[in-house]
Design a protein around this ligand. Structure first.
Ligand code: GLN
Length: 252
């Protein structure tokens, strides 16, 4: 039996997982296995028992198009919204990408004006104005929530523009790209141990230290002790990271 273990719950993998979001799960699993930490991943989707979510030490949910978000919104109302709200308030760490991030806010208004109700956990809302281009491309932000590093790279593709309220901090500040809305230089949001971002790509393989930040939070929350992860050889991951940084600095 291993000293530590983590249970990951992956919400709606069949409906909400675009532009490589699945790579985030692979990254988290591998980085635990390489350190001899036990990991189990449970996929939960439409009609699955919301109570299973309560076993999560870490929650992941990826992006989707509006059609899938509409389907998921109905299922959330059948119990998962309530449990997820509870877990986020209890500091259970999680990563929510694009459409999932939009869900955590008050609402997402589609281009035709249809409103998809959000869970109302985070002080933010999202609207697709309908008459503006989608926000697409590689992105770089400066951050200040991690001890080891101070930037993240990703790939964004969204029509919705997200606006943060006063009670929420952004994940970072845009260096290159669009982020939350293309106008206020913010990207993503942090609330307790939950992280929302527009970064597909996927985000974690190209920012391995962010993956470790999330894993450390999850282990510390579960075991209530100061746990520091052993160092891994991230030279390949950092080459992928640097490739995006240098491409963006050359204006490509
Ligand atoms: N449907 C949302 C938008 O376009 C989310 C897109 C996504 O998750 N990639 O804004």
């Amino acid at each position: 039996m291993k000293k530590y273990s983590l249970h990951i719950v992956w919400l709606y993998p069949d409906l909400m997982s675009t532009y490589g979001d699945r790579g985030n799960i692979i990254t988290l699993e591998k980085r635990l296995i390489w350190r001899d930490i036990e990991v189990s991943t449970q996929m939960l989707s439409i009609n699955d028992d919301p109570q299973l979510l309560k076993k999560a030490d870490f929650i992941f949910m990826g992006g989707a198009q509006d059609r899938e978000q509409t389907i998921v919104a109905k299922d959330f109302e059948r119990g998962k919204a309530h449990v997820l709200h509870q877990l986020i308030e209890e500091d259970i760490p999680g990563l929510y990408i694009c459409g999932a991030y939009q869900f955590l806010g008050k609402y997402y208004k589609e281009a035709d004006g249809t409103e998809i109700k959000g869970l109302g956990i985070l002080d933010l809302y999202t609207e697709n104005p309908g008459n503006l281009p989608r926000l697409i491309g590689n992105t770089l932000i400066n951050t200040n929530f991690m001890e080891s590093e101070n930037n993240l790279v990703g790939f964004e593709n969204h029509g919705g523009r997200t606006y943060l309220g006063n009670n929420i901090k952004p994940l970072g500040k845009i260096v290159k790209g669009y982020g939350n809305n293309g106008t206020d230089s913010t990207e993503g949001a942090i609330y307790k141990n939950s992280f929302g971002s527009y970064f597909h790509g996927p985000i974690l393989p190209k920012n391995p230290y962010f993956a470790d930040h999330l894993l450390t939070l999850s282990l510390q929350k579960k075991y209530q002790e100061d746990i520091s992860l052993s160092q891994l050889d991230d030279s390949v991951e950092m080459k992928a990271h640097q490739a995006i940084v240098s491409r963006l600095s050359r204006g490509v």
